[in-house]
Design a binder for this molecule. Structure first.
Ligand SMILES: [Cu+2]
Length: 247
């Protein structure tokens, strides 16, 4: 009897040790998308007179300037002839409750090429690896300036490759190169998979959403944010468009 009590006590202690601090939380399975959910898609446009932005001047580093045969347009506001707005991050900002999602293990890549950050706006998941590559023959530096994550500041010699990650959600972190003041980009970090960055045609697509009511936010580095509410049922496809106006 005594031995059985001792065994029970050891098993109980072990169980408590293994479960650690997680016992206080309702640790359900992650709500990773499994396919067949709702889709929210649309286009982001700009209306009004575009700000008059000067082309990027790389004269301070001739090795950068010679990589471009023509003036490089400013990256802050990029539209096509219809006003479709590129580099807008469209994402679910409310409505997912306390669902948890596993971060992907495959890295996203930010390339320093042509003395610019490519892509200019990048979105990834919290704790997802981010790889930074210098594809130029000149030295760069990568220096994110976060408000909600740890700041880091690293030299990137030609051909080098670095790996990092951001553990907390933040939309969006300015990223600069201390060597070339015109180099600027943004990295947005999400704790869920429901985000997209608009391409040249201003379009976005959020797929595999669980049924529910969501606030969808559109973020642009110069025009700020705008939101819309939407309710989707299982397997619905709904269209919403966003418009940013001249400021
Ligand atoms: Cu640089």
């Amino acid at each position: 009897m005594k031995t059985r009590n001792l065994t029970f006590s050891i098993v109980l202690t072990l169980a408590l040790c293994i479960s650690g601090g997680q016992t206080a939380k309702a640790a359900g399975p992650p709500s990773n998308p499994t396919g067949g959910g709702a889709t929210v898609k649309g286009t982001v446009r700009f209306q009004g007179t575009l700000p008059n932005l000067k082309p990027i001047n790389m004269a301070a580093d001739p090795s950068c300037a010679k990589l471009h045969g023509a003036p490089v347009p400013a990256q802050e506001v990029m539209t096509d002839s219809k006003g479709d707005l590129q580099n807008v991050i469209v994402f679910v900002s409310e409505g997912l409750g306390d669902r948890k999602f596993d971060p992907p293990t495959q890295p996203v890549v930010i390339d320093q090429k042509g003395c610019m950050f490519q892509p200019h706006v990048l979105a990834l998941r919290a704790n997802q690896p981010i790889e930074m590559i210098n594809d130029d023959s000149t030295a760069h530096n990568i220096h994110p300036v976060p408000a909600n994550n740890r700041e880091w500041n690293k030299a990137e010699l030609p051909g080098s490759k670095l790996a990092e990650s951001f553990p907390r959600e933040e939309i969006a972190i300015p990223v600069k190169c201390n060597i070339h003041p015109w180099m600027r980009g943004y990295v947005a970090v999400f704790k869920h998979p429901y985000f997209a960055v608009t391409g040249k045609d201003g379009s976005f697509n959020l797929s595999d959403l669980p049924p529910g009511t969501y606030t969808i936010q559109a973020w642009h580095e110069k025009f700020g944010t705008t939101t819309q509410k939407i309710t989707v049922g299982a397997s619905d496809t709904k269209n919403i468009d966003f418009v940013f106006k001249a400021i």
